[in-house]
Design a protein around this ligand. Structure first.
Ligand code: PSV
Ligand code: MN
Length: 424
């Protein structure tokens, strides 16, 4: 389904006066609003191809219906989101969940929907029906060389799919680890994993990046072979300049200071990508900004500080993606909310008075430092984000258009109520 431009314009016309009043009010209090608008217009968050269906837990799954039945329909769904919010102009594929069997056709469809191909994701955490050897005891860490080779070959195949589509990065997330003490020799597991990653790294095209994603626990519950940012950094440092650490917000132990992790990885030129989600307890995969919006803002504050210190391009130099699960909400509505939360945190971080913050830090003025950060965080930037969308032809309020146009009802009619999208 596509939303016609006229529908979005009609909606914008209806809300225009109210929006302009709100925008002018907030813009009057901000110095460099034009620069901020440009940053917001440039910023794009990739949507993973596996996030368009209903997620579930190991207890149950409650599908809402109208889920995309194939990659083409997934691209259409993301195109629809992007038409509304103008900030979701990229798709990230997981292989083998979404194999682009006809690359030129998929590429054409993506371009028609205004989408680029973000990082490719490999999967050595599940056994596929036609697979020879099992990943039950790990993939790249496995004691059996043949299993390691199978995992390496799979990753190289994923790179090939990506090259056909015009992607330029590979994200490797390994579920490797152990569930019981004594199960694994940590040193050998690390060494095997490093050697396997080195083989994949050697197959990367010159202009590609490799992201090594870490996770503290799950599916293994005693040790993970890429368990935290320190381990990921060990691998990426040993691999070389094209290897970077990827931070997924849900992959830390409770209360980890993610903003500090981000600052130091950026300083080391080793932060490559980001998976957004939110959580209360662990890897809960909830809507971005739904539980800890202040933490998200503090992370963006460090991201901007660190990227600006290195003259990095906010939109292009890191890979931004949502990695959440939609258990009880309409996945498309949930994604619209997540993108909005990301844009809010980004805009708030953009309006931090960095000069004054730096002065306060140098003077050990803790109170002023807090005031500066919280002033930005408490500023209602929603009208600035809506203005950026409006200037790009998007909707002032994407969710209202989505509901008014009865998108889910249309998708249900078109695809049926029993469809199940590939993914977790
Ligand atoms: C693992 O929990 C993860 O965050 C990785 O990025 C996977 O690719 C994705 O989730 C699978 O849903
Ligand atoms: Mn992730």
């Amino acid at each position: 389904m596509k939303i016609e431009k006229e529908k979005i314009q009609q909606h914008n016309q209806f809300f225009l006066k109210e929006h302009k009043n709100r925008f002018e009010f907030i813009a009057a209090g901000i110095n460099n609003v034009l620069v901020i608008l440009q940053h917001l217009k440039d910023f794009q968050v990739a949507i993973p191809s596996w996030a368009l269906g209903t997620g579930g837990t190991r207890f149950a799954r409650f599908p809402g219906g109208g889920e995309p039945r194939n990659l083409e329909e997934k691209i259409e769904d993301i195109g629809l989101l992007n038409a509304l919010n103008t900030s979701s102009g990229a798709i990230s594929l997981h292989i083998p969940w979404d194999i682009p069997s006809n690359a030129s056709h998929i590429q054409k469809l993506a371009a028609e929907n205004g989408l680029k191909f973000d990082a490719m994701n490999s999967n050595t955490f599940q056994d596929q029906p036609d697979q020879k050897l099992s990943y039950k005891f790990g993939s790249m860490q496995h004691v059996d060389k043949a299993v390691r080779k199978q995992a390496i070959d799979h990753n190289i195949e994923v790179i090939k799919y990506g090259m056909e589509l015009g992607s330029s990065s590979l994200t490797v997330w390994l579920s490797d680890g152990s569930s019981f003490p004594g199960q694994l020799n940590f040193r050998k597991a690390f060494q095997n994993t490093l050697e396997s990653l080195q083989e994949v790294y050697a197959a990367l095209p010159a202009d590609w990046k490799m992201f090594v994603e870490y996770k503290a626990y799950e599916p293994n519950f005693y040790s993970m072979t890429v368990g935290d940012w320190g381990q990921s950094l060990l691998y990426t440092n040993k691999l070389g300049d094209k290897a970077y650490t990827l931070v997924d917000l849900g992959h830390h132990l409770p209360n980890a200071n993610i903003e500090q992790i981000v600052a130091l990885l950026l300083m080391e030129k080793k932060l490559g990508g980001f998976h957004f989600n939110d959580s209360k307890y662990g890897d809960d995969d909830l809507t971005v900004g739904s539980i800890r919006p202040y933490q998200l803002f503090l992370i963006f504050n460090e991201l901007i500080e660190g990227m600006d210190a290195r003259n990095m391009h906010h939109a292009n130099d890191l890979a931004w993606m949502i990695d959440a699960s939609h258990n009880i909400k309409d996945p498309l509505e949930d994604l619209l909310q997540s993108v909005e939360a990301i844009m809010i945190a980004y805009a708030q971080a953009l309006i931090v008075d960095r000069k004054k913050l730096s002065e306060a830090q140098n003077n050990n003025d803790v109170v002023t430092a807090q005031e500066i950060l919280q002033h930005a965080f408490r500023t209602d930037v929603r009208a600035i984000i809506a203005e950026a969308r409006l200037q790009k032809g998007g909707a002032i309020s994407p969710l209202i258009v989505y509901r008014n146009e009865k998108v889910r009802e249309h998708l249900l009619k078109e695809r049926g109520s029993k469809t199940i999208a590939t993914g977790l």
